[in-house]
Design a protein around this ligand. Structure first.
Ligand code: C2E
Ligand code: MG
Ligand code: MG
Length: 810
């Protein structure tokens, strides 16, 4: 056991003192013993000598009485035990005392040489010869008791020992007191350091001394003060940090997205915010599992996600991917992962970002795509989608060297049914026909609605004979039973044109035109039949109606019988006119206006649309130049057909016309239909970019009809999206249309494009569009197309009465 410092000092002092005192006591006892004995010996010997001398007369005379008298003074000595005087013959001549000397001892003239010897029998025996003038006379023997001396010595030894013990005790007490006093400061220092150890920073050492211990205490107190102040500062900082952390956590967890960090090598999450729990309904720990993506990502997306997350080749950078995750109950969630990687202070690569639930956006995109790709009446795919699928099948047929068939079906009596029984019944009729057609076809065949009463069928892998068989089956299915539509029953018949691919065409539009021509021939041949396309059919078509239009277009171009009318596109919030759309009209012989719908189809079919477009472009750009010159500049939109897309001559024409007519290219907008734009996406993109470089803007026209894929929108660099009139016309009666328009509005906004609604025909439609937040609009309710620009800059119809005017020839 380790003794404390004070105890060690005290113990050492006590041991030293005890040793010294013992030595002192031992020495004093020894001294007392010898000194007592020596004194006694000396005095008794002197006394005996004196007595012996005083005995001489008695011995000379042998007078016993004289001898007794000489011995008499001895009687007073209480320690005297005997005194005997012997004559020369050893005869006792005189004797006093209580004790008789042992006779045996006499012969040896016994006496104790030292006091120590005497203490053995308790009698100090002395003998002294009595001699006078050299003549021995006898001897004197005296015995004294040693008891008194022994008792005295004992008492002295006892007292000395007691004094020494008392002294030792006292000195122990004093030493302890001194020790305690001396180590008090050390104890205080120790208590202080223990207090620090416990974290009690209020403890101070109260030592007012100017020695080293005082210095240590002062230093200690200063240290404690410093620690206390630092601790308080740290506590303050800590509270601040806690508050900041809580604030950050609230922010992190309040964000409607998962904020995450991942380990760049493995792609494992190292942190996810609380929102992760809500996203998948899984406990947070599951997100940190190394196999998280393997367990929860859609197998089709897994590789892409893992590659994106672990691809550190570009070191720092961003990526964004959309992928599917499974939630706790196995439902699919679409997530968008936006990530950035950067180096932190320690020069380590860190990967962090957001994970957003975009399921709703995806659903609405899918819904838009669905709406855009399907015919709302029959649920069949629409013309555009049909064309896309046809394109794929043509490519397959070419690639694998087999052939396929395209059937163009046109109902024979639909116009009659519609006119006679009304639209409702007509719609029902079409729906029933679609069902009948669908029932007759195989799963692998593709059925779509191409227009009012036109249907198309793709037979992916057939020879001519099989295609004819399918056409026969379809005709039989249609004519077989009367069709019940509403309260009516009618017979159905159709004319079917067949074109085979890839032999008779490798472009969907070309193939459709041929099947259409064949269908036209079937009609010519008496309806309710099919006809396979052949060269003569074109001539047949030309010979009839369509030929007439081709000539008329030629003539109109030559004789300047085309005019442009202008319809304003209006800001739906302010009523201000943003720009005008130039719309083509042909002037009849009597100057009545012929709408473009009557001749554009034919122009397209016979390749005249190029010339028309060139005429319109020149005309419109010139008009813009004039408006600039007049100081009343207008912005004009030009409709472009697909034929001029990617055509360098056309680009040159635009450039030259702008230069020559001093037009402002920023005031020119080109409207292209998505059908055209999407048919050759790469060409469209570079063409659009070329014209944009000149300063022109772009609008995607008739958006929503036959839209192949929503994704194209992202790929085309356009400024305006013109929502097709068919979605607007019934807006006040059709909630599906409202959903569609809302979705387009959101999409346009997210892509930073301006949405324009066509066909605003009444105030109800206007109000709904305004409520949805559509930016711009165009329609008869606001203004019909006019031969000239409006004298006003604002359409009052937005806030009050509409400016309605009748379209008349200019
Ligand atoms: P678009 O480009 O979608 O033009 C809008 C059409 O909707 C115009 O018909 C316009 O008169 C009509 N419209 C405007 N507001 C309303 C309304 O409230 N209700 C209804 N029912 N219709 C409205 P338009 O002038 O008959 O032109 C038809 C289509 O012909 C145009 O559709 C465009 O695709 C094409 N087109 C017109 N002019 C040209 C042109 O110069 N070149 C080319 N290539 N195509 C043209
Ligand atoms: Mg247009
Ligand atoms: Mg349009």
């Amino acid at each position: 056991m380790q003794l404390r410092f004070a105890s060690r000092i005290i113990l050492s002092v006590v041991i030293i003192e005890a040793l010294m005192l013992s030595l002192l006591v031992w020495n004093s006892v020894r001294l007392i013993n010898t000194s007592h004995a020596e004194l006694m010996e000396q005095s008794l010997n002197e006394k005996a000598e004196l007595l012996a001398n005083s005995l001489a007369p008695g011995l000379i005379t042998l007078d016993r009485a004289l001898l007794i008298d000489a011995l008499a003074p001895l009687k007073k000595n209480p320690t005297l035990l005997y005194a005997t005087v012997y004559g020369l013959d050893n005869r006792v001549l005189a004797h006093i005392g209580t004790k008789i000397e042992k006779r045996s001892d006499l012969s040896h003239s016994h006496h104790d040489l030292s006091f120590i010897e005497a203490t053995e029998d308790g009698v100090f025996d002395l003998s002294h010869p009595v001699v006078v003038s050299g003549q021995p006379l006898g001897s004197l023997h005296i015995g004294y008791s040693t008891k008194l001396v022994v008792a005295l010595t004992k008492q002295t030894r006892f007292q000395n020992t007691a004094i020494a013990a008392a002294a030792l005790l006292f000195s122990i007490m004093v030493t302890v007191a001194i020790g305690l006093f001396l180590t008090r400061s050390l104890r205080q220092l120790k208590q202080g350091s223990e207090a620090l150890q416990r974290g009690d920073l209020d403890h101070r050492i109260e030592i007012n001394r100017s020695d080293e211990i005082g210095d240590v205490a002062n230093s200690f107190n200063q240290l404690a003060n410093h620690l206390d102040a630092t601790q308080k500062e740290l506590e303050l900082e800590h509270t601040k940090l806690l508050r900041q952390t809580a604030h950050l956590n609230n922010l992190l967890n309040g964000v409607n997205a998962v904020i995450w960090e991942a380990e760049p090598e493995s792609g494992c999450f190292t942190y996810v915010s609380n929102e992760a729990k809500n996203l998948l309904g899984l406990p947070i720990e599951r997100w940190y599992h190394p196999d998280f993506f393997h367990k929860h990502a859609h197998p089709d997306d897994l590789q892409c996600v893992i590659e994106s997350v672990t691809d550190n080749s570009s070191a720092t950078g961003r990526f964004s991917i959309d992928f599917r995750l499974y939630d706790e109950s196995g439902h699919t969630i679409w997530a968008r992962m936006i990530s950035t990687s950067e180096y932190n202070d320690q020069n380590e690569l860190v990967l962090r970002g957001l994970l957003l639930d975009i399921s709703e956006q995806k659903a609405s995109e899918e819904r838009i795509v669905y709406l855009a790709e399907h015919d709302s009446l029959t649920g069949l795919i629409n013309r555009r989608r049909f064309q896309t699928i046809l394109d794929q099948h043509i490519a397959y047929a070419e690639r694998y060297a087999h052939s396929g068939g395209l059937l163009f079906i046109d109902l024979d009596q639909f116009k009659y049914i519609n006119d006679t029984y009304g639209h409702h019944s007509g719609d029902e009729y079409l729906t029933q026909v679609a069902k009948r057609l669908q029932r007759t076809l195989r799963n692998t065949d593709v059925l779509g609605r191409l227009g009012g009463d036109e249907f198309g069928v793709i037979l992916p892998r057939v020879e001519e004979g099989e295609a004819e068989q399918v056409a026969t089956n379809l005709l039989e299915a249609l004519t077989g039973e009367e069709l019940i539509h509403g309260e009516h029953a009618s017979r159905v018949s159709a004319s079917i044109g067949i074109a085979l691919f890839p032999e008779q065409g490798t472009l969907p539009s070309e193939l459709l035109a041929r099947a259409d021509t064949a269908m036209y021939a079937a009609k010519e041949l008496g309806r309710n039949r099919y006809h396979i396309y052949c060269e003569q059919d074109v001539r047949l078509a030309r010979m009839h109606d369509k030929v007439r239009w081709e000539d008329r277009i030629h003539q109109a171009l030559e004789n300047d019988r085309f005019v442009l009318h202008y319809q304003p596109i209006v800001n739906l919030k302010s009523g201000a006119i943003s720009h005008y759309e130039a719309l083509l009209r042909m002037l009849d012989d009597d100057d009545t206006l012929i709408p473009p719908g009557a001749f554009l189809d034919t122009a397209e079919r016979f390749g005249l649309i190029r010339d028309i477009d060139r005429w319109v472009v020149e005309q419109t750009i010139r008009t813009q130049g004039v408006s600039e010159k007049r100081g009343e500049p207008v912005k004009l939109a030009i409709n472009l057909s697909g034929r001029n897309f990617g055509d360098n001559d056309f680009l040159e024409l635009v450039r030259n016309t702008i230069t020559i007519s001093n037009a402002d290219p920023h005031a020119i907008i080109f409207e292209v239909t998505e059908t055209v734009a999407v048919e050759n996406l790469d060409k469209a993109r570079s063409f659009i970019n070329d014209l944009r470089e000149l300063g022109c803007s772009f609008a995607l026209d008739d958006f929503g009809v036959g839209f192949a894929s929503f994704h194209y929108l992202k790929n085309l660099n356009v400024d305006y999206i013109k929502i097709d009139g068919s979605f607007v016309r019934n807006l006040h009666q059709d909630s599906t249309d409202q959903v569609f328009i809302r979705a387009i509005h959101d999409v346009a906004r997210s892509l930073n494009m301006t949405a324009i609604a066509e066909f605003i025909e009444n105030d109800e439609i206007l109000a709904i569009l305004q409520e949805i937040g559509i930016d711009m609009g165009q329609g008869y309710y606001l203004s019909r197309p006019q031969a000239d620009f409006l004298p006003v800059q604002t359409i009052k119809g937005i806030s009050g009465k509409a400016t309605l005017s009748q379209e008349v020839a200019g």
